[in-house]
Design a protein around this ligand. Sequence first.
Ligand SMILES: [Zn+2]
Ligand SMILES: [Zn+2]
Length: 149
Amino acid sequence: MSIREEDFKYMQIAEQVAEEMSTCQRGHTGSILVKKKEIILAAGDGTAGCIKSCAELKECPARPKQYEERTGIRLRKCICAERKLISLAARDGIAIGGGTMYVTKKPCLTCAPSIIDAGIERVIYDADNTDTMTSEMMKEANIEFLQLK
Ligand SMILES: [Zn+2]
Ligand SMILES: [Zn+2]
């Protein structure tokens, strides 16, 4: 369970994906999936492909804070890069189980269960956040979950 030299190279590519493929003004995250040293998928955060992006709308549409307080659910039109990648794999029948996911930010609590269920075995992220539950879930699911340092 440690960072490998190749992880830095792949993270650089994930950073480029964030730069080029993210259409979200708020998130700005990139994710790639590597299997047997090949990049098989890449996704940035943003709206579903056919939906107007928040870059076009000049805002990131979300349910108001009151909705979150009332329901405990944080909702926005955009989807995280990790779940977008998993959705694309589902659409095209791409087997991502057993792969390594590189993501420019630590996955959120909503993405963590999808990553686990998708069978991804290794997750390398760059920017950290203060939430610890994602790390706990990954540990429980036996997923190698490491910040690139
Ligand atoms: Zn957005
Ligand atoms: Zn997420």
